[in-house]
Design a protein around this ligand. Structure first.
Ligand SMILES: NC(=O)c1ccc[n+]([C@@H]2O[C@H](COP(=O)([O-])OP(=O)(O)OC[C@H]3O[C@@H](n4cnc5c(N)ncnc54)[C@H](OP(=O)(O)O)[C@@H]3O)[C@@H](O)[C@H]2O)c1
Length: 331
């Protein structure tokens, strides 16, 4: 029997149009990169997904290689869909997947060829046991494959009915502009770009965001909390269960330098003065920019997600606060 989600689940969430498209995304989306793989506790991930949807988070972001092991996050998500969403809620969900990083052995198991992208999408659909994804991404640009081929594969995914929309991720500003134009020419507009963007990683401000705005393409920043550094997680050391402590976690302890920890502590003090947690302030800080469609967070518990959702209704900053943040980040 499907899980009983509250009827008022859409009331508290804000939804925002993705670029010039007809699609609206929740202000906060949930990513399944960490904490939903075969090495993790299935029931814990299931509880997080249930809670997310019950709070109006309609968008769940995956990729072929999420796990570990690669593919296991899609398998687990497929099991959750079956157990809790009972098929009929598929129309209320936005599910994305990607291909670009190493997924299987040999010359067709990564990067941006048509062969790899379309085979990988078929595999993702089988793992999740769904007929289509809502958004299919090229996960990274491939320097050795013509961009026309990679974008052509995305357009084919839509023509084949296996994806409703397409996106690009980790594309630099100039590459993104070219990809967007090619997709436009193919009659399959680029819906969205998924770049790394947080208070600690701001390359997108150097041109990409303007290109997206000019072309009516949405933006969904990943690792908005810098994998947990922009939270209270590491204020008193590295907890045992944290991403930085896990052997398969992508956050390296070395990134927590004394200078960075000092900045984080000062940002935390500022967040407190705004009556926010640091994670909430980091998310609000991204949301204040109208070019940002949705903020793509990761969490390892329902509690963390509950906290992060608190950011939605507090995205305003005074000029003094913004100047203060710039000063702290420039140190
Ligand atoms: N396109 C790409 O190339 C790409 C790359 C990376 C990620 N992504 C996508 O972006 C999503 C988010 O990335 P991310 O997981 O790196 O995002 P993130 O939101 O920057 O970091 C998530 C981590 O922060 C910690 N955290 C979150 N909320 C917290 C809170 N309230 N208090 C304390 N700690 C908190 C948790 O760490 P602990 O686990 O230590 O509790 C959590 O696992 C991914 O799941 C994936 O969908 C895409």
């Amino acid at each position: 029997m499907a899980y009983s989600f509250p009827k008022n689940r859409y009331d508290k969430m804000k939804y925002k149009r993705c670029g010039n498209s007809g699609l609206q995304l929740p202000a906060i989306s949930l990513g399944l990169w960490h904490n939903f793989g075969g090495v993790d506790t299935f029931e814990k991930g299931r509880e997080i997904v249930r809670f997310a949807f019950s709070q109006g988070i309609t968008h769940f972001d995956l990729a072929n290689n999420y796990g570990p092991p690669p593919g296991s996050a899609e398998e687990n998500f497929g099991r959750i869909l079956k157990k809790d969403f009972g098929g009929y809620l598929r129309d209320e969900l936005l599910i994305s997947s990607k291909a670009g990083y190493r997924m299987w052995r040999g010359p067709y198991g990564e990067w941006g060829s048509r062969k790899y992208l379309l085979s990988s999408l078929d595999q993702s659909l089988r793992r999740m046991e769904i007929d289509y994804v809502d958004i299919f991404y090229s996960h990274r640009p491939d320097p050795d494959t013509p961009l026309e081929e990679t974008m052509g594969a995305l357009a084919s995914a839509v023509q084949q009915g296996k994806a409703l929309y397409v996106g690009i991720s980790n594309y630099g500003a100039a590459e993104a502009a070219r990809a967007i134009q090619i997709l436009k020419d193919l009659g399959t507009p680029c819906l969205i770009h998924q770049p790394k963007y947080s208070m600690l990683e701001r390359w997108v401000e150097g041109g990409l965001l303007d290109i997206l705005e000019e072309n009516g393409v949405g933006c969904i920043p990943f690792s908005p909390l810098a994998q947990g550094m922009l939270t209270d997680r590491y204020l008193k050391g590295v907890p045992e269960e944290s991403r930085a402590a896990k052997s398969h976690g992508f956050l390296q302890k070395e990134e927590l330098t004394p200078a960075r920890l000092d900045t984080i502590k000062q940002l935390n003090v500022l967040a407190q003065s705004r009556n926010q947690s640091l994670s909430q302030m980091a998310i609000s800080w991204l949301m204040k920019d109208k070019r940002i469609t949705s903020v793509l967070v990761g969490v390892s518990s329902v509690e963390q997600l509950k906290t992060n959702l608190g950011a939605i209704h507090h995205a305003e900053f005074t000029q003094d606060e913004l100047t203060h943040i710039e000063k702290l980040l420039a140190k």
